[in-house]
Design a protein around this ligand. Structure first.
Ligand code: B12
Length: 446
């Protein structure tokens, strides 16, 4: 009998925020990697709570992944196996940020990227010598396996693919640099193309932190990727993330659109340099003299990307220490007037391990600290800190008010018209419309 590895993707009990919307869900790529690293004589199954609530299944070894909001659910599932004496392993961003906490709830914790340790972990398991903790190194990307996309639930609207890891930016709220390192590690294009061909979906989310990176070498590589997608006639529709530098080079925009880019997520965060500086994201206003110029630049970036037939999904934050009630109301106004096609707006949220979390902890300003249960609330739908210059209630209602206004049917329709006038492209217009429509009312938490 082959040994059985059960991999579990838990979803938190509250089920609000991004995971509540089917089209926004993405497959658990980390579990796909673990499956790929597992010797071929093992039987592997993924239980994915995005679609099927966990029901007990027998296994020799259980691997669980978790983001912070799903950690509590992950620990509850682990307990079921711990009680039966079946070894449980947890990995992923949350366990990597708080490994000591995680080790109370599972037999083994894998900290960091798993490529360098999973093979040894399996050997240790097979020889009855499973350790309490394994720490992964940041391997070069030529050593990453292609995730087992065939094991993902078929109900995902998008599959995802990673073409690079790491980020040289040090935004104080973000976990990526801590987890994947400062250095961009770029996968060889041949490998990426091979993986796209293996994916059985037309919609692909390229989940890199910045698809074109921040230097000439990564921009060149992105251009090469776009050309290959075009030349090989892969005919995919893709979305990804970038910085505002995405709009700097016309050739990037032209080839991205031609290769199937329908929308790009850009973390604008704020339209004032005080908040950007506070978030350590001053780069957004690089080469601008003052706030007015910076805000104007945002609008120009959106317009230019739209003209190249790509929608812009802007990410904004509210409730920074330099914010006031007035400044976040101004931000709401700015967001609506910016004509950004799709939008996410959240209260500044401290995720464990980040510089922001440490600051809030030191200043005794975290309002949900009954861990692990309270990790469920770290889903970007709630105010989790005592804001400096407003009440939590004021912050929450301004965030919610922004979402309500932006996703009102009237505003969606106005923007749909603007998107069409700018892009002259029915497909991109429809894409932006559907994305907004799917998000309508989904984030509002009364
Ligand atoms: C795609 C993505 C999503 C997808 C969901 C993907 C999924 N897997 O379910 C969507 C868009 C839905 C999403 C939503 C959210 N996301 Co998100 N997301 C990402 C993103 C861009 C990529 C994640 C990914 O797939 N990476 C690729 C895989 C291969 O890496 P990996 O999962 O880390 O797996 C490796 C290791 O962790 C480890 N590993 C992972 N699992 C396991 C399990 C075992 C057993 C073992 C041994 C090892 C192991 O091995 C893998 C190979 O090395 C990251 C940013 C980033 N660059 O990582 C943010 C990120 C993970 N998201 C983040 C956040 C905050 C959220 C939200 C809370 C907020 C929001 N934006 O609304 C929601 C919450 C969703 C939820 N689950 O409740 C934070 C997480 C912080 C935290 N402490 O949880 C990140 C790091 C972004 C950031 N800037 O900080 N997200």
């Amino acid at each position: 009998m082959p040994k059985k590895l059960l991999l579990i993707n838990p979803v938190n009990y509250l089920r609000k925020g991004l995971t509540a919307i089917v089209s926004v869900r993405r497959p658990p790529l980390g579990l796909g990697v673990i499956a790929s690293l597992t010797p071929s004589d093992w039987e592997i199954e993924i239980i994915d709570e995005n679609f099927n609530e966990f029901q007990y299944k027998d296994a020799d070894l259980v691997g669980i992944t978790a983001f912070t909001p799903s950690a509590y659910r992950a620990y509850d599932i682990a307990k079921i196996y711990n009680d039966k004496g079946i070894p449980t392993v947890i990995g992923g961003i949350h366990a990597s940020m708080v490994p000591d906490e995680a080790s109370h709830y599972v037999k083994t914790v894998v900290v960091g990227e798993a490529e360098s340790v999973w093979g040894n972990l399996i050997k240790d398991f097979e020889s009855g010598n499973l350790q309490k903790m394994y720490k992964g190194e940041l391997l070069e990307c030529k050593d990453w396996p292609i995730p087992r996309h065939d094991l993902f639930h078929k109900g995902y609207v998008f599959d995802s693919i990673l073409t690079s890891r790491g980020c040289p930016m040090k935004c104080n709220y973000c976990s990526v640099t801590l987890f994947n390192g400062y250095k961009y590690r770029l996968r060889p294009i041949d490998e990426v193309i091979r993986e796209i061909k293996m994916i059985n979906k037309k919609n692909i989310h390229i989940i890199d932190n910045n698809i074109i990176g921040y230097d000439k070498q990564s921009e060149e590589r992105a251009l090469e990727l776009f050309r290959r997608i075009i030349d090989e006639k892969l005919k995919i529709d893709w979305i990804s993330q970038a910085s505002i530098n995405f709009a700097e080079n016309d050739e990037v925009l032209r080839l991205a659109a031609k290769s199937g880019c329908r929308s790009i997520f850009i973390g604008f965060e704020a339209e004032h340099k005080d908040q950007l500086k506070e978030l350590n994201k001053g780069a957004n206003f690089r080469n601008t003299q003052n706030d007015l110029e910076g805000a104007k630049k945002y609008k120009e970036v959106i317009k230019k990307i739209n003209k190249h037939q790509i929608a812009v999904h802007g990410g904004f934050m509210m409730g920074m220490d330099t914010d006031t009630l007035e400044s976040i109301k101004d931000r709401q106004q700015f967001i609506i007037k910016s004509k950004v096609n799709i939008m996410s707006c959240t209260a500044m949220s401290p995720m464990p391990g980040t510089v922001l979390y440490k600051k809030m902890q030191e200043e005794n300003r975290l309002t949900r600290t009954n861990y692990p249960e309270d990790w469920q609330h770290y889903d970007f739908c709630e105010v989790l800190i005592k804001p400096k210059n407003m009440t939590a209630q004021e912050l929450n209602s301004t965030v919610q008010g922004t979402l309500k206004r932006f996703f009102s049917l009237k505003n969606i329709l106005i923007r749909t018209f603007i998107t069409f006038m700018r892009s002259k492209n029915a497909k991109v217009t429809l894409w932006a419309f559907i994305t907004c429509y799917n998000r309508r009312n989904k984030f509002i938490v009364e």
